[in-house]
Design a protein around this ligand. Sequence first.
Ligand code: FAD
Ligand code: NAG
Length: 491
Amino acid sequence: MSPIGLLYGVAFLSTLVTGQALVGPAACATLKSSLSNVEVINSILHPDFISSRYTYWNSRQSSYTPSCIFYPTSAQDISTAIKVIRTTGSRFAIKAGGHNPNDFFSSVDQGVLIDLKKMNGKSYDAETTLATYEPGNKFGDLYEFYAPLGRTVVGARLAGVGTGLALSGGLSFISPQYGMACDSFRSLEIVLPSGEIVTASPESNPDLFFASRGGGGNAYGVVTKYTVQSRPAGQFFAGNIFYLFEQTLDVLDAINNFAAYNTDPKASIIGTYEKLPTPDLTLNLDEFIIIFLVYDGPDAGDAFQNFTSIPSFLNTMSIKTYPEVTNMPAPMSGELSRGANTFRVAVQRVHGTAVHDVYANWNAWAESHKGDYFLISLDFQPVAKSLTDASNAYEGGNAMQMPEGPWMWINYLITLPPLTTAANYKRIQASFKAMVEAIPNAKGLPLFINDASFDQNPLETYGGYETLKIAKAKYDPEGFFSSKTGGWKFT
Ligand SMILES: Cc1cc2nc3c(=O)[nH]c(=O)nc-3n(C[C@H](O)[C@H](O)[C@H](O)COP(=O)(O)OP(=O)(O)OC[C@H]3O[C@@H](n4cnc5c(N)ncnc54)[C@H](O)[C@@H]3O)c2cc1C
Ligand SMILES: *[C@@H]1O[C@H](CO)[C@@H](O)[C@H](O)[C@H]1NC(C)=O
């Protein structure tokens, strides 16, 4: 049967039997016949299938079984695949780096998984200083590629994260200088839900360009190429300082003072509080504080003095390359942290007691729920005025329409113990959610979608939300992406 005949047959079948268990395999069969030169794997034992399925940062996503995994190598492949999938009525998912922890954002059960990992081209134009990369790269691959050229792109603070980060904003160590990752976008190639391949830029489809600058992935189409303003990158003075919890209150003050008073855009931090499940009453080694301190340049002056003056048990500050900066902390790695991970986000202002209230509330929950997690962490991420100025200086600002800094995004991470039962999973998640919600967010600030749980409705907090809704209705008019893949909801 010709691919077209098969398409009609499958469309007919899907109206009779709506079960995803039937339309998923049907979509895969049609993909195979219409794109005979592209890899479509449906054996769950195939090494590629295994590697795509088991490289989610939230291991829960690996429990879902796609009907097949499709590895496009071009925008044209994706265009054909999108048309086939739409005709069959199958569910699908788009996977870049697989770090989004939310169910079905980049995973699918009994549908087509589009794994972008073979689209890993990258280039640099020395004349324009623009960098171009495809979506299958991890940011670490990009940093390694651009570092010998003395350049980098604005992206993840940990090398293992994928490019989906940028479509949802993207907070980088160099963001206080250049804004969010999406603020460096100059032009995007996008396969629309219709299958049409278009360019989004300030001149071409500007509404799509706006929505793609922080409005989230898998909503308006599939981005197949990013052209971005590259940034200079040479020597960094950077490292981690590890403290015991005895220093909690002093370190909290240092984080808050940094967020409130630091005015040097080359200085950037993340402050993280971590707890392990085992009570350890003698040495208190079940809990520790890790601060990430990054200065763009070899001499940080006194930017980090409020941290270095507090007694610590390990300090790894040294001159580093940008790839080294994004592989901190040295003894650990973002990739080792795969597990039953979920995120929740909060936002607070930095003048007042919010940071202390957030910590006390989190600490009380963590201490009274020792058996309920494998790891729990609380991350403070300052958003400087220089960052929001940089965001707002480009093309009228991004999808968040960032209110003037300083303020702070707070990321709550919980890793559930391996083998948590379904009933316990529900109970722990509900209790964790209630803990986060016990401290109300500051009004008028956006909830960062890269750190948000699916149920937090973060897009509604964006200054550009009404514009995003219009773009969503225009570019996904039949609600194909809304109904057939996961992602943020538009109400
Ligand atoms: C260890 C770790 C470190 C992190 N560090 C940072 C950080 O420093 N800064 C920060 O801002 N965030 C950070 N995050 C959050 C991170 O940005 C999000 O988890 C993001 O969704 C990851 O993107 P990804 O490509 O790896 O994941 P994926 O799950 O593959 O993709 C994320 C979402 O985008 C969609 N998508 C991806 N590519 C495309 C495309 N080309 N076209 C259309 N849709 C697409 C996917 O369908 C999915 O819904 C971190 C997360 C983890 C787990
Ligand atoms: C350090 O903290 C003090 C308040 O104790 C503050 O005035 C100062 O600006 C901070 N320094 C830096 C570099 O952030």
